[in-house]
Structures are given as C-alpha cells and as structure tokens.
Design a binder for this molecule. Structure first.
Ligand SMILES: C[S@@+](CC[C@H](N)C(=O)[O-])C[C@H]1O[C@@H](n2cnc3c(N)ncnc32)[C@H](O)[C@@H]1O
Length: 506
C-alpha cells in the first residue's frame, strides 16, 4: 500500500509548544464564544459566508483577540511588534519554526490554519493547512495539504451516533475533527492517517486540546491490524476518478469508487460485536447497473448496513465541481487537460453518474439487514441519532419476525397529508401521503385501506386483528391483505413511522 512521502518535514509540536500556544489562545479568548462576542452576529455570519470585510472592521476594537482573528480567520499580515506581544510565551521565532506563523514582508501572517471550532458545549482548536485558494495566495496547494473542517467533515459529524462507547477509531483523521467530536462520547480514541503531515497536525490538534489520543500513521486499517473498536468513523478520500493522487485529502490513488469499496469491505473486520461504523462514501452509477446492488456487493457477511444516497451528480457536473474545489479553473489549459482525462475515465467505465452519501454499518450475529435508499430531500435533523435509532429498529424487527402479532402505534411525528381534486360530487382524494415530520422526513404514498389500517395502529390491537377487521370492512381476502400489510408495516417500522407499543419499544 502506498504511503505518502512528506513534501518536507512536517512541524513537530512538543507538549510544551502546545501548552504555550494554548496559553496564548486562552489569554486572548480565542475560542468560539470569544470570536462571536468580538465580531458580533452579523460580522460573524458574514465571515462564514466568506465575506471578510465586516469581521476585519469589527476586529479592530478587539485588542489581542482581534490580532489573532485577523491572522488566523482573515489571513491578514500583522505588524511584528503586535504579533510578538500576542505570542508570548510561545514566541514568534518558535511559532515560525512550527509553521504556525510565517514572515511576510515586514509583518507576520498565519502559516497554518488554526481556528476555534465547536458545538453548543465545546470549543476546540483545529489545526490544518491554510486554504491557499481562499486566501488568494499565489502558491499551488501541496499534495499532502491537510484540509480544514469543511461541509463534508461536518456532514459526517452530524451523521455519527453520539451514544456513549468505549473505543473509537477515526480513519483518515486529517485535521482531527472527527476525533474531537468522538471525545464527547468515547473513553478511548485512536486516529490514523496515511500522511505524515496529517499525522503531525492531528497530533498537534489533540495536544492543543489536551486530549489523549493514540495517533498512528499508515494506510487504511493497516495501523490497527487485528484490533477491534466499538465505533469507527471515516471521512475517506472518496473523490471518484482516475487512479491518481493530486491531493491526499481527496484522492486515494485507487480508481473509480474503490476507496469507498475498500473502507466498506474492511471496516467491519475491525468492529467489536455490535460495534458500528459511520462513513461518507461515493459510488458509481454505471450503465445497466443498479447502484444499490453495486454497494451491497461490497459488504462482507454479518453486517447490517444502511446506505443513504444524498445526491447524484452527472459526470460533467462532478468533474467541474472537483476541479473548482482544487482551485482549477475549468476554462484554463490545466482545467481542460484534467477534465478531459477525468471524463475519458468515466466514459471507459460507462459511468452515468456519481452517487454520494452516508453509510452506517453494524457488526451482527443475526441475519443481516441491508438497505440502500435515496434521501435526496432537504431535512434539518442530524442523521446520527436517526442512524442509531435505525439500527435499534433493525434489531427490533429481527427479534420480532411476525409483525402481525405485534401491537404498533403511529409515531407522534407522523401526519397524513391528503390532496384532493374537485369533481361533480365535491372533493375527491387523489393522494394520501404519510409524512414523518422529523428525522429525514420520510414520506409514503398510501391507499385508503392502508390509511384506515394505520389509523387503527394505536397500540391496542395486534396488527393481525386490525387486518381481519379491515378485510371484512373492505371485502378483501385476509391472507392476501396480511402479506401486503407485513411488507408495508416493516417498511414503516424501519422508517420510525410505526413503533412498537410494548415496553421493549425500538
Ligand atoms: C477528506 S480528509 C478527512 C479529514 C478529516 N477526518 C475530516 O473529516 O475533515 C481524508 C483524510 O484521509 C487521509 N488519507 C488519504 N489516503 C489515506 C489512506 N490510504 N489511508 C488512511 N488515510 C488516508 C488524508 O490524508 C486525509 O487526512
């Protein structure tokens, strides 16, 4: 397996360096609350939209914190005397050696991207490489560029269950953000990465945040060979394309969707019994092939799996998006050359689209459940709690194979929408749609009989009794009706729309 060789020796932060840097940040109040208070809501929001000017103005009255904001959040060059004052006790010379700062003309600017990041209860500092494109610096991005916390990172954060566990493994830790969040619910943390630079910056991130993390260098699961974890998270270099590496953070060097396949195939081997995996993945949509069959074929036995497809991009859109992500103008000669090679690759593989989404895995001794579904609609709720609940529901269904003997109730967040058309005899219902108003907002179109059945699911009668009553009322064959109801009820339980009324509720 290929190991990435460093473009130059990565910075090595000692525990003392991290203590001193933390002292600088704490003294200045450089944390999530401090930055928000200094900038105010509007300038802070503007900054998150990549509009720096309001934040630059607001930072002028913020003293030493303002200097740190301009250095690290705005990419500005600051006068040496001011930076020297702010950087005691680490010192500017040591900060330059560590790449935290770099000299620029008569001043100093950030050499690394260090920014406060957190949730409602935590504020951490995340170290990554400066985003050269965003800062408009006339320098190309290095192959082993350590990417900052982006939309993909945060989508995995939100898709990960935070139920307490013993051990968590973060594969491809990079800036370390997944491990930071894992520290809120896990007792032991292990982070791996193939890139020495990523390992160095992740180690620095963890030390700066006073977190004890086992950090290992190596490809994929090689550094943890033979070991098992209660939870594994992975935001892999999942960009789908020719087998080349332009940037380690997004290209695995494996062609097509082989990186996602490798992780889905290998991850379960490292799960303890009942352990779970949460990852981002991409998959090819190839002519004449069902994407669900493709991704299901990656799974080893003994694994419950939930593949959620959030989006599908056509090849042209996909290539253009990732060229721009790398700061390459698709109209430039370089852009044309790369796009052409990329599109040739897709054509040779009969690729019609690239799917992207979340995968939840669980090691199981029971008969495995594998579900691949499209969830392209917009929803606000984080997927992590839903993924944990989905696994609970899978287990409940496994333990209760005959749904007709179960008493079920409609979940509180479920409503029935009806759409009617005017006719000679007044309004006539054309569409009945069951809609879960929380989670991923699942919807199911149902007929009149199903609507009546679900209305009867109040936790009082077993489903089989309801079927018998409805068969009589609608003049249907009970056996035939029961078969369809079993399938429908299973789907509604999986989607959290019907739930068990008993004490062992899923
Ligand atoms: C998309 S970044 C994810 C960084 C971080 N975990 C996050 O969520 O923001 C992918 C990471 O995988 C690492 N990586 C690339 N190829 C790898 C491999 N073969 N084995 C392990 N890590 C790899 C990269 O160095 C990079 O840090």
């Amino acid at each position: 397996m290929r190991l990435v060789e460093p473009t130059h020796q990565p910075p090595s932060f000692s525990p003392a360096d991290c203590d001193r840097l933390r002292e600088v940040f704490q003294r200045c109040g450089f944390d999530t609350d401090g930055v928000l208070a200094a900038l105010g809501g509007q300038a802070h929001a503007a900054l998150s939209r990549d509009e720096p000017e309001p934040a630059r103005r607001a930072s002028r009255d913020a003293g030493d914190l303002g200097t740190l904001i301009r250095l690290f959040l705005l990419g500005d060059t600051e006068p040496v005397t001011e930076v020297e004052r702010v950087f005691a006790p680490l010192g500017v010379d040591r900060a330059v050696e560590l790449e935290v700062l770099e000299r620029s003309g008569n001043g100093l600017r950030a050499g690394l991207d260090i920014r406060p990041h957190g949730d409602d209860e935590h504020s951490w500092w995340v170290i990554s490489d400066v985003d050269q494109v965003q800062r408009g610096r006339n320098r190309s991005t290095r192959v082993d560029h350590v990417v900052g916390v982006g939309q993909a990172s945060l989508s995995l954060v939100r898709a990960t269950s935070r139920r307490p566990v013993g051990s968590v493994l973060d594969v491809g830790a990079g800036n370390g953000v997944q491990t930071l969040y894992a520290s809120t619910h896990a007792e032991r943390l292990t982070a791996t990465d193939v890139s020495p630079r990523a390992v160095a910056l992740a180690e620095a991130t963890f030390r700066l945040n006073q977190l004890e993390v086992e950090v290992l260098r190596g490809a994929w699961f090689e550094p943890v060979s033979g070991r098992e974890f209660d939870q594994i998270v992975c935001n892999p270099p999942f960009v789908v394309g020719p087998p080349t590496v332009d940037y380690t953070y997004r290209d695995s060097g494996l062609g097509g969707d082989a990186a996602s396949e490798l992780v889905v195939r290998s991850l379960p081997r490292h799960l303890s019994p009942g352990g779970t995996g949460h990852l981002l993945a991409s998959w090819l949509h190839r002519e004449g092939e069902d994407w669900a069959e493709r991704v299901s074929s990656w799974l080893p036995g003994g694994v419950d799996a939930w593949f959620v497809q959030r989006d599908v991009a056509d090849p042209a859109l996909y290539v253009g998006t990732w060229l721009r992500d790398a700061g390459i103008d698709p109209r430039s000669p370089e852009g044309s050359r790369k796009a052409s090679a990329w599109l040739d690759f897709f054509e040779s593989q009969r690729v019609e689209g690239v799917g992207f989404g979340f995968v939840t895995l669980r090691r199981t001794d029971g008969e495995a459940t594998v579900v691949c579904e499209d969830l392209r609609q917009a929803y606000d709720d984080p997927l992590g709690p839903e993924a944990a609940a989905w696994l609970d529901r899978v287990q409940w269904l496994r333990d209760h194979p005959d749904l007709l003997t179960e008493r079920l109730r409609v979940a509180d967040s479920v409503v029935l929408e009806t759409i009617s058309q005017p006719g000679d005899e007044g309004w006539s219902e054309q569409i009945r749609r069951l809609h879960r108003m929380d989670g991923p907002g699942w919807q199911h179109d149902i007929d009149e009989l199903a609507a009546a059945l679900i209305a009867g699911c109040r936790g009082l009668l077993p489903l089989g009794d309801l079927v018998a009553l409805l068969a009589h009322a609608f003049d249907e064959q009970p056996q035939q009706l029961a078969t369809g109801v079993r399938t429908m009820a299973r789907q509604l339980v999986l989607h959290g729309m019907l739930e068990p009324a008993t004490e062992d509720a899923a």
